[in-house]
Structures are given as structure tokens and as C-alpha cells.
Design a protein around this ligand. Structure first.
Ligand code: FDA
Length: 391
């Protein structure tokens, strides 16, 4: 059996950040991962360019049963701190939109940076290890198919359940449970929404159509793009709102943000009475969508023969389209998992389990889930950094 000061399960965003900080503090650290490559989700993130943080990071942009929990870690390790590391490694970056920072080149540079920092700090990263058992006597013991390892500290950093075909597992949740830590409900988030056949008959032929919109549930509103798919709706605005959606509930879409749709339709009726409604609508919306909505919502007549009431009804719908999804595309398509280890069981300073000294949980396995746009990596860096500082 080999001894370390800390064993970290998961060589992803949070695990590597935790490891490099603990290594820099002189700890003997082992990172174990079952994958052949470290940081697999970093590599595919942001379309291969890794949206590695968001300059607008504030605790309000995270979902958690305890909205205050993330404050401490996010304050102690900020987007500017991660950017300083990126710049130290001379990785070129740019701001795309809404504070989202991406690599100019490749997400591979971020993984290489983390591994270089780990190597410089003497961290051992062992890939291709299948964890077969975890137990605790005077120390934690991790059994794998390639040997056993022991340490007084164990960090659960194996992430969430999204994209199982990339090797995502519930290992951290299982181990947390075994040590008596409570979990909150977990569900796919930042995920496309699906619709039942009646609505799909309208949406499916629109697959590929995208437009700027606002997606809303209650007071939460995301002004970003909406994309029609062959199963329903996707695009950043819908992915964002999916994190707040629950079965049976509705989402609301404003397809004409900042415009008064009924006024525009009534004005078109006065100005061009002989025009088809779809022609007038096509000045406001993508053509295929205009055509489909005109056909579904209005009688097949020229504008002059439409009643003002019908035009107002269509206008109201365009500004506040209330839709009830039938479900989501699930973990296979979800960018993240909502929920995880209940923050009530963890210290917000160290991410350590209050009742199990030496056990820490970081990253997506914790019940802290960010908006789309670099927030989830910022949580992974911040939580990993804080735990690494406590090992
Ligand atoms: P992460 O998933 O990074 O790491 C977990 C590690 O544990 C992996 O290396 C895995 O192999 C290992 N592991 C899992 N089970 C194991 C087991 N049983 N035994 C051993 N090892 C095990 N976020 C963001 O902020 N900006 C972005 O651009 C994107 N883009 C993006 C795209 C796509 C397609 C996805 C799926 C996700 C994103 N995300 C994102 C989300 C982001 O990738 C995610 O929130 C973080 O990677 C979470 O970091 P963790 O370290 O917690 O888990």
C-alpha cells in the first residue's frame, strides 16, 4: 500500500486544481482517475476552446439548496485569479460575449497548464485506475485494480452524471453516501427540452431555426438564442432555463424581445392589407418560423381579412409563448448535473465534510451548479482551490 498526504479521486477541473494547490503547499498528493486522459470534459468544453471562466461570476448565478454556500469559495478564488494562471502560461484568450472567456487556441492548453502546475508541485497523477473500494480506519484507503493507496485526506472530485458515455459516474455521490453525507435531488441541467407530439408537429419541421429570444420561468430570464430541434428546443436561452424547469411546469418565450408584436402586426395590416400574414411575420421572425406560426395561429387569409383580435392574440403569443415541455434530453445531452452532495454537510471554507474529518467534496459533485457560460468551471477552480488549501 502506498501512502500519501491526500488522495484525490478525479483528474478533472476541480481535482487537478485541488491537487496543484495542495502540492504547492508541500503535500504529497495522488490523483486517481479511471479515464485514459485527464480533464476529458475540459477538452470538449466550449466547442473545444474551453469557456474557462466568466468575469460576471457572482453567487446569484449558481443554483443550490443553499444559495449562500458558494460565496466563500467564489470570493477567495476569483475569475481574475484563474486568468492570472492562464496568462502565466501564455495562453491566448478572448472574451466572446456576456463575460465568457475562451482560449483562442484549444482547450488542450488548459489541461496542459493544470498538468504542468501539478507536475511542478510534485503531484502524482495516475490515470486508468478503476476504484474498487474506499474505506476508512485511521486513514482513508482507496483500493483500485492497480493497487491500494492510503492517506489521511480524501477528496471526491469525480464530477457529475452528465455524459455517461464519456465516463461520468456517480462515484463521488456513492462514496459520500457511504460516509453518511446527505445528497440533494440530482437531475440533468443545461439540457435541451423535449415536447410531446402535438407541439413537436410544429417544432420538428423548424429544426435548425435559431433566433434571439428571452426564456423565462418566474423572475429568472435569459436573453439569448433559442434553437428549434427535432426533439423540441435548445440554444443557450433554453439550456439556461432548463436548470430551473421541473416536470409539469411551463417555460415562457419572448420571441420578439424589445418589440411590440401586436402593434407591428396591426400596423402591417393597415400598411399592406393584401399581404399574407406570413409575409408580415417574416419581417419580425425567421422565415420558416413565420410561416409555421402564421399557418398554426391564423386563418389562411390576407391581412385585411384577419380580425384585429386574432392579430393581437398572435402578437401576445409571440411576446409570451407559454410552453410545457414533456421532459429533457437527459444526462446524455446535459452539460451538467444539478444537485449533489448537500452543502449542509460541508464547510463552505474548506469543502470538508463536517462529520467526517479529512473527507472533502469539490466541483460538480457538490450541490452548486452554475449558469451556462464558464460559471461551472469557475466553481470547479474555486472549490478545488479552497479544498487544496485545507489539505
Ligand atoms: P469533471 O467532470 O471535470 O472531472 C471528473 C473526473 O472524474 C473526470 O476526469 C472523470 O474521468 C473522473 N471520474 C469519474 N468517475 C470516476 C470513477 N468512477 N473513478 C475514477 N475517476 C472517475 N463548463 C464551463 O464552465 N464552461 C464550458 O465551456 C463548459 N462546457 C461544457 C461542455 C460539455 C459538453 C459538458 C458536458 C460540460 C461543459 N461544462 C462547461 C461543464 C464542466 O465541464 C463541468 O462542470 C466541470 O468539468 C466539472 O468539474 P469537475 O472537476 O467537478 O468534474
Amino acid at each position: 500500500m502506498q501512502d500519501f498526504d491526500a488522495v484525490i479521486l478525479g483528474a478533472g477541473a476541480a481535482g487537478l486544481m485541488c491537487a496543484l494547490r495542495a502540492g504547492q503547499r508541500g503535500r504529497r498528493v495522488l490523483v486517481l482517475d479511471h479515464a485514459r486522459e485527464a480533464g476529458a470534459k475540459i477538452l470538449i468544453s466550449g466547442g473545444g476552446r474551453c469557456n474557462f471562466t466568466n468575469t460576471g461570476t457572482v453567487p446569484e448565478r449558481f443554483f443550490s439548496n443553499n444559495p449562500h454556500f458558494a460565496k466563500s469559495a467564489l470570493r477567495r478564488y476569483t475569475p481574475a485569479d484563474f486568468l492570472a494562471l492562464v496568462e502565466k502560461h501564455r495562453i491566448a484568450w478572448h472574451e466572446k460575449t456576456l463575460g465568457q472567456l475562451f482560449c483562442d487556441g484549444s482547450a488542450r492548453q488548459i489541461v496542459a497548464m493544470l498538468l504542468a502546475e501539478c507536475a511542478a508541485a510534485g503531484v502524482e497523477v495516475r490515470l486508468g485506475h478503476r476504484v474498487t473500494d474506499v474505506s476508512r480506519a485511521d486513514r482513508f484507503r482507496v483500493d483500485t485494480d492497480r493497487g491500494a493507496f492510503a492517506a489521511p485526506a480524501l477528496v471526491l472530485a469525480t464530477g457529475g452524471l452528465s455524459i455517461p458515455k464519456m465516463g461520468a459516474t456517480g462515484l463521488s455521490l456513492d462514496i459520500a453516501c457511504r460516509f453518511g453525507l446527505p445528497l440533494t435531488e440530482t437531475r440533468p441541467a443545461l439540457v435541451p427540452l423535449t415536447f410531446a407530439e402535438e407541439m413537436l408537429a410544429l417544432m420538428r419541421p423548424l429544426s435548425g431555426v435559431a433566433l434571439p429570444a428571452v426564456a423565462r420561468i418566474g423572475k429568472l430570464a435569459f436573453p439569448e438564442a433559442v434553437l428549434f430541434t427535432h426533439r423540441g428546443l435548445s440554444g443557450p436561452a433554453v439550456l439556461q432555463i432548463s436548470s430551473a424547469w421541473r416536470e409539469g411546469g411551463e417555460i415562457r418565450l419572448d420571441l420578439l424581445p424589445g418589440r411590440d408584436a401586436d402593434a407591428a402586426l396591426l400596423a402591417a395590416k393597415r400598411a399592406r392589407p393584401r399581404a399574407e400574414p406570413r409575409t408580415a411575420l417574416a419581417e419580425l421572425l425567421p422565415q420558416r418560423l413565420a410561416q409555421a406560426l402564421a399557418a398554426a395561429q391564423l386563418p389562411d387569409r390576407i391581412l385585411a381579412e384577419q380580425t384585429d383580435k386574432d392579430l393581437r392574440r398572435l402578437g401576445a403569443m409571440l411576446g409570451d409563448w407559454r410552453l410545457t415541455p414533456s421532459g429533457t434530453e437527459g444526462y446524455a445531452k446535459a452539460e451538467v448535473m444539478l444537485g449533489g452532495v448537500d452543502t449542509a454537510a460541508l464547510s463552505s471554507q474548506t469543502l470538508g465534510a463536517k462529520a467526517v474529518p479529512g473527507l472533502h467534496v469539490v466541483g460538480e459533485a457538490v450541490d452548486v451548479t452554475g449558469w451556462l457560460g464558464g460559471y461551472n468551471f469557475q466553481w470547479a477552480w474555486a472549490s478545488g482551490w479552497c479544498a487544496g488549501g485545507a489539505l
